[in-house]
Design a protein around this ligand. Structure first.
Ligand code: MLT
Length: 311
């Protein structure tokens, strides 16, 4: 007798909400991308995607949580460049970027901006450089912890100026921004997905962008390169991952939802408004795996050259 093929659990996927971990606080740049993406993916999956903010240790706590999560398709991670910098910055980051995850695809690439509290004395990038150099013992720099994009950019900026400033770590640049708006901290380097609205509203001072070209949504801001910072360029790419071992039929559905979500008009419009570039061509597992393989040795070398010891 022929046996009927058993109904496979994967066929029913998804039949309850999916958890998308953002390893930083709510109301920040990664959270802004995640919430737009979660809504766009919901429309494709027919299931809610719930964003869980799990900040701490520059994102490594949230990344590790997903690395250890059940590989059943109900746990995914949205993270950025820190996925490949933190393994050079921590002796035990709590995950292996090449083994702990099943890559799903690249999502967006986001430029950064250098901004300060609205009453900071410097009015342009040259004045900022002079002021920070002259007051290096007083100026404070906010970041989202070691491994965060703001930490990376802030460290590059301090190195370019030859200063070592007091840094104030937060669980995300969302809360760092609140303190900047409240004038409790002086300046930071943060992604346009968090800073655009405040720059446009004039509630912070903005000096420069970290991209090669000016950002269309912030056309008045010079690039760091055109301001005399040779080779200073950093873009914050983001990816989506599932834990390693997530079944192929399930990851196929997640990849499809990612691609559908990234093609969604509302998502594209929101990202464009925040200065983020949607990486539609690289929204697949192969592209993200390849990107991670390329980025890991690159950052390792950058930190080695800079004499940064993992902690
Ligand atoms: C955040 O979402 O808070 C940021 O991505 C933090 C950072 O990496 O600077």
């Amino acid at each position: 007798t022929l046996l009927a093929a058993p109904a496979h659990a994967d066929d029913k996927y998804p039949d309850h909400p999916i958890n998308m971990v953002v390893p930083f606080s709510a109301g920040g740049p990664t959270d802004n991308v995640a919430r737009s993406l979660a809504e766009a993916m919901r429309q494709s999956l027919g299931e809610t995607v719930v964003v869980e903010n799990k900040g701490g240790a520059g994102g490594t706590i949230g990344i590790s949580q997903v690395a250890r999560a059940k590989p059943d398709g109900y746990n995914v991670l949205l993270m950025h460049i820190g996925f490949t910098t933190s393994p050079s910055l921590y002796k035990s980051p709590g995950f292996d970027p090449q083994k702990s995850f099943q890559p799903l695809g690249l999502v967006v690439d986001v430029p950064m901006t250098i901004i300060a509290r609205s009453d900071f004395p410097a009015n342009n990038i040259q004045e900022l450089v002079e002021y920070v150099k002259a007051n290096a013992d007083k100026v404070s720099l906010a970041n989202a912890g070691i491994g965060a994009a703001s930490h990376l950019c802030g460290t590059m900026f301090m190195q370019a100026l030859g200063v070592d400033l007091l840094t104030i770590p937060y669980k995300g640049t969302g809360p760092a921004m609140n303190d900047l708006l409240g004038k409790q901290v002086d300046f930071m380097c943060d992604q346009t997905t968090n800073t655009t609205q405040h720059i446009k509203a004039g509630t912070v001072k903005a000096y420069a962008v970290t991209s090669n070209e000016r950002v269309p949504t912030l056309p008045d801001l010079p690039t760091l390169q055109e301001s005399g910072f040779k080779d200073f360029q950093v873009g914050i790419w983001h990816g989506l991952w599932a834990p390693a071992g997530t079944p192929k039929p399930v990851t196929d559905k997640l990849v499809k939802a990612l691609q559908d979500g990234m093609a969604n008009e509302a998502f594209k419009e929101r990202m464009a408004g925040l200065g983020a570039n949607v990486l539609n061509d690289q929204a697949n597992p192969e592209a993200l795996a390849k990107h991670v393989d390329q980025q890991l040795p690159l950052w390792k070398e950058v930190f080695r050259k800079a004499g940064v010891e993992p902690q």
